[in-house]
Design a binder for this molecule. Structure first.
Ligand SMILES: [Zn+2]
Length: 475
């Protein structure tokens, strides 16, 4: 085999340079020239890689070693054929393949030395597939992007299978970290302590469609499942006592944002986000904040996992609750509605929580107490519940103080991610028919969080992923 591929490569270079393979005619436009040259370079790159693989001394080593147990690898075939999809096209090559009689591990020493996965496409192709799958709205769109941008031809289903396998890998790596944290392992943050670490979390609802035969009558239109998304970021707030009374306010900007997302329970998510926060220097930070809505699930979540942080009830959620009260007390967009809403919102901005709660109590008394089993959308129930909401969360609504500290008062970073990740999952929905909902969504969320995090972990992940398996073991 050796030498043959090298000769082919040299012949090809000569043909390309001489113009006999792809003649460049005088009337070609720029687009045609670029396509033409790209195709030539691709052909050469392909031949070069093939010749390089054929000549690799690791292809059939004299004393092959098992990378699992360091025992002797018994070669069964000296030139077994392998085909792999790479970023420069499908490559066919031949290498030795054997089995370890001690531990049963089967391997091709060349593949292990090169960091080539034992099945599926090469790592750099997996990276492109994962990137397209995490950023496009659906697997079909991802397949289209891969074809147009990278010349990778793949069905939507193949994109799904490959990206979910990669997402499962990312999720498994994360699960290991969480598990060791739960067993008491220390998680080191970055060297320098941040002025402020902000943790925010929010839940989104994803509607899933299931095949009709699985569907119960009360599930018409699909099953709702909750995805949980959290963001951690650092910031450098500037104290300003005048902001206490300011009518407008921009809190400290988020610097570097990283994410965690899951379909698992709030408690599982709590450990996951806590690990994420620790990695970002939560423990070392001079100030710690937790910003979220005041929903019961989030309250328990915060108390269980982020007790050390100052709680801030997301300003926009608080305002939304006020507008809900205004709608329950008055007809929407009437003069009284607008006047009440503006007045109470001003009280909230000024930190006058007694005033806010009194105003809601007054309206609640006017419309009357909820009846037993009254529907949650009834004005009586809404007003009654919001008395509880504002009373229970009042520690998180000291907005004048938060503004004077220069702290952010909104959980927009987490909500933005909830929207984006949720959109991604909704776009994939039809491919999950018949698969149930669980598998797939979790893997895509792990992949989306990995890709979207701004600390370079996507790069780092793929750098490690391309490492030879032997080097993994020696670590
Ligand atoms: Zn072995």
């Amino acid at each position: 085999m050796r030498g043959v591929d090298e000769q082919q490569y040299l012949d090809l270079c000569r043909d390309v340079r001489g113009g006999s393979l792809y003649p460049m005619t005088k009337d070609m436009n720029m687009a045609e020239l670029v396509v033409h040259i790209e195709r030539s370079v691709q052909r050469i790159a392909h031949a070069l890689l093939k010749s390089r693989l054929a000549e690799d001394p690791r292809s059939d080593p004299p004393e092959p070693v098992c990378c699992k147990c360091q025992g002797k690898l018994r070669i069964q075939e000296h030139a077994q054929r392998r085909q792999i999809n790479t970023a420069i096209g499908e490559i066919e090559y031949w290498r030795a393949y054997g089995v370890c009689d001690r531990c049963g591990h089967t391997a091709a020493p060349l593949d292990e030395a090169l960091g080539i996965p034992s099945f599926g496409p090469s790592v750099e192709v997996m990276r492109k597939i994962s990137h397209a799958a995490a950023t496009a709205r659906s697997f079909g769109m991802a397949a289209d992007i891969l074809k147009e941008h990278a010349g990778i031809e793949m069905s939507a289903k193949q994109v799904r299978v490959n990206s979910e396998a990669e997402g499962a890998r990312a999720a498994a790596a994360r699960a290991l970290e969480v598990e060791s944290f739960r067993k008491g392992a220390q998680i080191a943050g970055p060297g320098a302590a941040a002025d402020l670490i902000v943790v925010t979390a929010d839940g989104g609802r994803i509607q899933t469609r299931q095949s009709d035969k699985d569907k119960e009558d009360d599930e018409k239109g699909g099953v709702w499942k909750e995805d949980k998304v959290g963001a951690v970021y650092d910031a450098s707030p500037r104290k300003d006592p005048a902001a206490r009374k300011a009518p407008e306010y921009d809190g400290a900007k988020a610097l570097m944002k990283t994410y965690a997302a899951t379909m698992q329970s709030w408690d599982e998510f709590g450990y996951m986000l806590r690990v994420e926060a620790q990695k970002r220097g939560y423990m070392e930070a001079k100030e710690k904040l937790f910003i979220s809505d005041g929903a019961q699930s989030l309250r328990t979540f915060r108390q269980d996992h982020f007790r050390e942080a100052t709680f801030i009830l997301d300003w926009y959620h608080a305002v939304e609750h006020l507008s809900g009260c205004a709608k329950a007390a008055f007809a929407e967009n009437t003069e009284e509605y607008v006047a009440w809403y503006k007045r109470v919102k001003k009280k909230l901005w000024a930190g006058n929580l007694d005033g806010v709660i009194e105003s809601i109590e007054k309206e609640s008394a006017r419309v009357g107490k909820p009846q037993p089993k009254e529907h949650e959308s009834s004005p009586r129930v809404i007003l009654h519940r919001n008395i509880g909401y504002f009373s229970d969360n009042r520690d998180g609504m000291d907005y004048p103080r938060f503004r004077a500290e220069g702290w952010p008062i909104g959980s927009g970073v987490a909500e933005g991610a909830v929207k984006q990740f949720g959109m991604r999952l909704k776009g994939s929905e039809k491919f999950w028919n018949g698969f149930g909902f669980g598998p797939g969504a979790e893997e895509m969320l792990a992949l989306c969080a990995l890709h979207r995090s701004e600390d370079g972990r996507w790069e780092e992940y793929w750098r490690r992923r391309a490492q030879p398996s032997a080097r993994h073991n020696s670590r």
